[in-house]
Design a protein around this ligand. Structure first.
Ligand SMILES: [Zn+2]
Ligand SMILES: [Zn+2]
Length: 114
């Protein structure tokens, strides 16, 4: 019986991770992969070499990331990170208002005033 590295979280078929260029070895990182059976994208985490944990990443299939604010100190340096694929982006002006967070520039201004 052939063993596969992981199972697609969408269709459940076995897949092998392509390790060309050392892909997929890094721990605690979301690695993107596309299923050759159902063509859906998902991410997997590598823990202890050769142990894979596939997780659904709907955002890679429908483009809707689930951004959550990072706990960064100082908070002016916070970023929005997708809880599914770890994609990061800067806060929008609206989000800065919503979370009552100033811009990096305002943080440096604050520093200058002391
Ligand atoms: Zn699949
Ligand atoms: Zn995402």
């Amino acid at each position: 019986m052939e063993t596969k590295d992981l199972e697609c979280p969408y269709c459940g078929k076995g897949l092998d991770v392509n390790h060309d260029d050392g892909f997929g070895y890094e721990e605690n990182t979301a690695h993107e992969m596309e299923c050759m059976h159902c063509n859906k994208s998902f991410v997997f985490y590598t823990s202890f070499l050769f142990d894979y944990e596939p997780v659904k990443a709907d955002c890679l299939n429908d483009g809707k990331h689930n951004y959550e604010i990072t706990n960064t100190c100082p908070m002016e340096f916070s970023r929005m990170r997708c809880s599914m694929c770890d994609n990061e982006r800067d806060l929008t002006d609206q989000e800065r208002k919503h979370f009552k967070i100033g811009t990096k520039e305002s943080y440096f201004e604050k520093l200058k005033q002391h």
